[in-house]
Design a protein around this ligand. Structure first.
Ligand code: NAD
Length: 407
């Protein structure tokens, strides 16, 4: 068993820290948010994730996991900080660089630094160069050239809502600066993961993770585009897709209200940024998915315009079913647009949130499903939460963006 320092205790870092502690490692978690540190030390997950509370409780109670605002020396450093994009849709590596700067003084020969954050190609080498500049007394590896520290990129692929199960079961991409770096990183993952550890170099690992998310985005864009065409020609898109998918080599995804979250709506831009002229399809997919919330809000406004004092119930705010995460949520941006519509009363049903987010506070009413169903003229089904299945819609105008009523 090893000592491990996990920097960034969010959706990725916290389940990983708790899992490593559960498997007997001594884990120190570090986060710049005092609220996150306090919650972790109190064994309280600061977001909803099945099984995490039990794992965290055991990790903290046994003394194998504790957290603070700064990193500590450890045999393994896991970096799980945000990698968002800038206003110009370029990768923002400031969090990763700050995390690297914080661990640099702590590094000792033989330590292993693993970047789990999703990165543009070259970011892991950039981090190694940054660590080398901060620690001229140490020999850091360069791509293919060994050093005294191991550095690897092991992108995280967990699905929020199934993170604990997938942490164990998913296959892992282990991308080393050198084969020895990958080997060292592999030993940590093999201590808790049952999925295969697939070894490669860090550039390929970065590219693979971005490709996975760009693939998902492009396929969702295709389904979303079909939904728009089907509406224009008066075809039920859900029935059409179900029939098309009976072809042995066709598997069209389900359309929706757009694409949200921290990953699929962001990561494809890292590929576009790397080679803009080579990425017209990936860029177009982003545009298709980004346009979707505005199109849906326009359809809802048109439906509301037919009524004198329209009451619209938005069902779901999260960016995907059965979680409370609002990051980049298309449903939230649709709700915000509707909240700005004069004369429209906005009702919001989000069973995964205790209250409305600040951007909607005072501009909409947060209601339980039954009450919203009673009051609303128009139902906008924006998220396929399990809680919404089988809802009665008689006498209502309905816009079902996720095919909940189609089965
Ligand atoms: N959420 C997912 O499902 C998911 C899946 C795969 C990959 N990823 C990637 O993993 C990375 C982390 O994502 P996340 O969803 O866990 O983010 P998050 O925002 O939930 O958590 C990141 C945490 O890092 C902390 N932080 C920021 N800068 C720090 C610093 N310098 N030192 C210490 N702590 C710092 C923040 O306070 C926050 O608590 C991103 O690159 C993301 O793209 C996320």
């Amino acid at each position: 068993m090893s000592d491990v320092c996990v920097t960034g205790l969010g959706y990725v870092g916290l389940p990983s820290a708790a899992m490593l502690a559960a498997r007997g490692h001594q884990v120190w978690g570090c986060d710049t948010s005092p609220a996150v540190v306090a919650a972790v030390n109190a064994a309280r997950p600061h977001f909803q994730e099945p099984e995490l509370a039990t794992l965290l409780e055991a990790a903290v109670r046994t003394g194998r996991l504790a957290a603070g605002p700064a990193p500590r020396a450890a045999a393994f450093h896991l970096l799980a900080v945000p990698t968002p994009f800038t206003a110009a849709r370029r990768p923002d590596l400031s969090f990763l660089h700050a995390a690297g700067d914080a661990i640099a003084p702590l590094l000792r020969p033989g330590d292993c630094v693993i970047v789990e954050s999703t990165c543009p190609v070259g970011a892991t080498e950039g981090l190694a160069a940054r660590l080398a500049a901060a620690r001229p007394d140490l020999r850091l590896p360069a791509l293919g050239q060994p050093g005294e520290i191991h550095i690897a990129h092991c992108p995280e692929r967990v699905l929020p809502g199934q993170a604990v199960r997938e942490l164990i079961a998913n296959d892992r991409i282990i991308g080393g600066m050198t084969p020895a770096c990958a080997e060292r990183a592999r030993t940590l993952y093999e201590s808790f993961a049952t999925g295969a550890c697939l070894m490669t170099d860090c550039r390929t690992a970065e590219f693979v993770k971005l490709s996975e998310n760009a693939y998902r985005d492009a396929n969702i864009a295709f389904a979303n585009e079909l939904a728009g065409i089907a509406q224009a020609v008066g075809v039920d898109v859900w029935q059409a897709i179900a029939l098309a998918n009976r072809h042995p080599r066709v598997e069209i995804l389900r359309p929706g209200a757009g694409v949200g979250g921290h990953c699929i709506a962001v990561d494809p831009w890292f590929l576009v940024d790397a080679a803009p002229d080579a990425a017209p399809l990936i860029r177009a997919a982003r545009a298709v998915n980004d346009a979707k919330p505005r199109q849906i809000a326009a359809r809802l406004r048109a439906m509301a315009a037919r009524l004198k004092a329209p009451r619209v119930a938005v069902l779901g705010l999260a960016y995907k079913p059965d979680i409370e995460d609002l990051r980049e949520s298309p449903a939230l941006s649709i709700a915000e647009e509707l909240a700005a519509e004069p004369g429209l009363e906005l009702l919001v049903v989000e069973p995964h949130l205790p209250a409305l987010p600040p951007c909607l506070a005072g501009r909409a009413r947060h209601l339980p499903l039954a009450e919203a169903l009673e009051r609303a003229d128009i139902l906008a089904i924006l998220v396929a939460h399990r809680a919404f299945r089988g809802l009665p819609t008689e006498g209502k105008m309905v816009l079902d963006t996720v095919g909940l009523l189609a089965g």
